[in-house]
Design a binder for this molecule. Structure first.
Ligand code: CA
Length: 371
């Protein structure tokens, strides 16, 4: 921007000398044009899938809005709306696509009915963890593919945080084998839901605010949501007996910002950069926050609420893994772009595996042995 301003000033000096060549109108128009663009202010609406200020998930877009306002020196002001304030939780995608709100914060697997490939950018069962997912998006080709999936919907996606590995869910009976999923109605979105369906369960997708009552009244038998921080806030310990781990279906659930593409691309470049930078910054902060808040909330669930925490048996996990691979591979064959996304995802996994095995994973393993 500085360089452009210097060029314009130089041009104006030149014009003042060569008035005849430049024409009488050029000076005021040029100056006014530059000045108007740099001073223009923007007031945006950001709709979310979360209750207003919901721990971690809802706080992240609030942090984003504050950061953008400060970084832009007040040129851009973004008001964050909780689920249902302007549009229902699961209509964020459509609202931003249509420009009802300029941007949104949600998670890509909620849009499987519109773009099945979006699920690769939310969570893949037994797939990449939080750190690996961000690396794939930022340096493994994921961002470009994600943008390609969202472009037909007039949307631009960006990193919007990560919950880290989630919990396996709340159940009112012990889960020992695949048979225990037979006829089980469970709130579980995305590819994890497809796996549950394939093993005889009935997956349903409910927004945060509807889960507790559905579990309490028996509309659903079980639910996964996120992890201790959010599950404590929603009070699931009151209405379910067992809390299972690990969240095989969501090992590193990526959250997303989405922007109306036309509106975003019409912004001055510096504001576009501010938005991208703020999204990356708060995305990282969300993962940091979940790590610590989940630890506090987990202690509260166990110590104050006496929650019975169980691990899925190994043989069940192995069967879930096999079914997950079927579901993922079928999704990867469902369209030309799905093929390219799965190829990119698998290539990235294979690329990082050998070094991950002897670095992060080896370290976690040896540290656990010493504790
Ligand atoms: Ca979840």
């Amino acid at each position: 921007m500085k360089l452009k301003a210097t060029i314009l000033r130089t041009a104006l000096v030149f014009c003042s000398v060569m008035l005849a060549a430049c024409g009488g109108e050029s000076e005021p128009t040029g100056v006014a044009g530059v000045s108007t663009q740099s001073q223009q202010t923007y007031e945006w609406k950001l709709v979310t899938t979360w209750p207003k200020n919901f721990p971690g998930l809802g706080e992240t877009p609030e942090r984003f809005a504050e950061l953008v306002e400060e970084m832009s020196n007040g040129r851009m002001s973004i008001r964050v709306y909780g689920a249902g304030e302007i549009v229902p939780a699961l209509e964020v995608f459509d609202a931003v696509s249509a420009g009802t709100a300029e941007m949104g914060h949600s998670a890509a697997y909620y849009w499987r009915g519109k773009a099945p490939e979006a699920q690769f950018f939310g969570a893949v069962p037994f797939g990449l963890n939080a750190e690996e997912m961000e690396s794939w998006i930022s340096f493994g080709g994921g961002q470009e593919l994600w943008e390609e999936v969202y472009a037909p919907f007039n949307l631009v996606p960006m990193l919007g945080g990560n919950t880290g590995v989630q919990m396996g869910g709340w159940f009112n009976k012990e889960i020992n084998s695949l048979e225990d999923f037979q006829g089980l109605t469970m709130r579980i979105p995305g590819l994890g839901g497809e796996v549950v369906e394939r093993i005889g369960g009935v997956p349903v997708n409910l927004a945060a605010g509807d889960i507790y009552t559905s579990l309490q009244t028996g509309v659903i038998d079980a639910t996964e949501f996120v992890g201790p921080q959010n599950d404590l806030a929603l009070g699931f310990y009151d209405v379910a007996d067992y809390y299972y781990f690990p969240g095989w279906h969501e090992a590193g659930s990526l959250q997303e910002f989405m922007l109306n593409k036309e509106i975003f691309e019409a912004l001055p470049v510096d504001l576009q950069t501010i938005i991208r930078t703020a999204a990356t910054a708060v995305s990282s902060t969300m993962a940091d926050q979940f790590r610590v808040q989940n630890s506090y909330a987990f202690a509260t669930l166990v110590e104050e609420h006496g929650v019975d925490v169980r691990q899925f048996p190994d043989d069940l996990t192995a069967e879930l893994y096999n079914v997950s691979q079927e579901v993922i591979n079928e999704l990867g064959q469902s369209s030309e772009i799905a093929q390219r996304i799965l190829a990119s995802y698998r290539a990235f996994e294979a690329q990082i595996k050998d070094y991950q095995d002897i670095s992060e994973e080896a370290y976690i393993r040896v540290r656990a042995q010493q504790r």
